[in-house]
Design a protein around this ligand. Structure first.
Ligand code: PMV
Length: 327
């Protein structure tokens, strides 16, 4: 049997970094997806190809053998292997399998690429049993992949990728999905990879040096994120945009913006975006701009001139999807 599944990436609209301490964060599934095909093999090999990442190889008897890329690249395939094996065990399938991963989501820039790959991998492998896994099961198995990539992440990325749509997350209250009308977003990718863990640590250090001041900033981000949640539910995009602008200023004060991100944010605003800010951990990665249809071209062009890659990324209501390709 051969199966296929796909899952969306994400952008954090408001509340990153504050969510580590307090929250809430407002997270949206975006219309860029990871695609995964799975098929059983007659031997015990777990063979994984990810042409976008320039890597292919197989795991057998506890060892990794590269087919494309060096032996050290087992690291980028290991989360996929762990997720796939866990899914296989869950449905009681033994033996090896092939996994092919193709992703539209640029990696390591805060758009949830690893989670989308884990979610689509879990879904496609569970379906090899002939039955679809539940979303809860897919989300939980995908979290194992996220733990390998990120340590102990909040679980925002695998949740949003599994369920799609919009999500409010706060440590104390957990996840809440909510409905949003249309949300016209443009992502500007600086192309600079970064590590979420290093940036979270940077904020922790500055918080230790200036506890009162940084607490006040973290609290202000939490408030504007809450306010933005209300505005989003009412469809008040102008207010959401203003709050995004404030959020960017506060994230800069935490020390996680960069000149490239600031350039793209300013260019998007000047070209008429309702709001623009860095998205995710910062230190590189992407900005997100809220842009009415009439300004879309102008803003995309401005982001490109400011040195970024502009991606149109409307909200995706569709979370993980799966199908049997060959019975
Ligand atoms: O991994 P990213 O770029 O989506 O950033 C995650 C958001 C942070 O608030 C910075 C970290 C976290 O774990 O919530």
């Amino acid at each position: 049997m051969r199966t296929y599944a796909s899952a969306p990436g994400k952008a954090i609209l408001l509340g990153e970094h504050s969510v580590v301490y307090r929250g809430p964060a407002i997270v949206l599934a975006i219309n860029l997806r990871a695609h995964v095909w799975a098929e059983e093999r007659r031997d015990n090999r777990i063979q994984i190809e990810a042409p976008n990442l320039g890597v292919a190889g197989y795991f057998e008897g506890g060892r990794y053998r590269p087919l494309r890329g060096g032996a050290e690249r087992w690291r980028s395939l290991n989360p996929i292997r762990v997720v796939a094996e866990k899914a296989m065990r869950r449905v009681g399938i033994r033996g090896g399998f092939n996994i092919r991963v193709e992703s539209e989501i640029p990696p390591a820039v805060g758009l949830g690429s690893s989670a989308a790959i884990s979610v689509a991998t879990a879904a496609s492998v569970l379906l090899l049993s002939g039955e679809e896994g539940s979303r809860e099961e897919i989300c939980e198995i995908a979290y194992e992949g996220e733990r390998i990539v990120h340590g102990t992440p909040s679980g925002i990325d695998n949740h949003i990728s599994t369920y799609g749509g919009a999500l409010r997350y706060e440590r104390a209250r957990g996840f809440e999905r909510f409905g949003v009308e249309e949300l016209p977003l443009i992502i500007g990718d600086s192309g600079r990879r970064r590590s979420t863990g290093a940036l979270v640590a940077r904020v922790r250090r500055i918080r230790e040096r200036y506890p009162d001041i940084i607490e006040a900033i973290i609290e202000a981000i939490a408030r504007l994120s809450e306010e933005g949640y209300g505005a989003l539910r009412r469809g008040d995009l102008k207010r959401v945009g203003e709050l995004m602008n404030m959020d960017h200023g506060l994230l800069s004060a935490l020390g996680v913006s960069t000149p490239e991100l600031d350039r793209m944010v300013n260019a998007a605003r000047t070209a008429g975006a309702l709001g623009a800010k860095l998205t995710g951990a910062g230190g590189g990665g992407c900005i997100v701009a809220l842009v009415e249809e009439a300004r879309r071209r102008r803003v995309s062009e401005a982001v490109r001139r400011a040195g970024g890659r502009a991606l149109r990324a409307p909200l995706s209501e569709v979370g993980v999807e799966m199908e049997v390709v060959e019975p």
